[in-house]
Design a protein. Sequence first.
Length: 172
Amino acid sequence: MQEAEANEGGKKKSSLILLIAAIAGLTVLGGGGGWVVGMLIAPKIQSAEADAAATEAAAAGAHGAGTEEEGLPHISTEANGVVQLEPITTNLAYPSESWIRLEVALLFNGPADVTMSESIHQDIMAYMRTVSLQQVEGPRGFQYLKEDIQERVDLRSEGRVSRVMFRTFVIE
């Protein structure tokens, strides 16, 4: 009887060792396979990054050094008739502890007028100080706000600005 128990214990130990060896072998095989696939793909990624860097350098040379901010150049340039206004950050009329941040770009019908853009910027900021949180809640409130700002810009620019484009709109 002791011999049968000893054989059974030996079988359990040898099957456990075989299982651990099989798992370790599969782990090494999987890691090696992943490394091989990674080495096959890595040169393609490095060449794509090099191509992107070369394209970016060429774009910087063509557009000049001052037209680009960390990364991609802005499409809103005065040459395109688009002027991106400085971000507008102000508190709302009610509740006064709520803040709003708004980034707007103006699309001019002809050449961009920077002095008019600054005047419009100040007008939008003054208007935003009169708006309450309840007026801009929900999609309908946001649509009304956009229409109100477009109307104010039309009046201020005398029709020279064809469109007001909202870039960001955050209420805190």
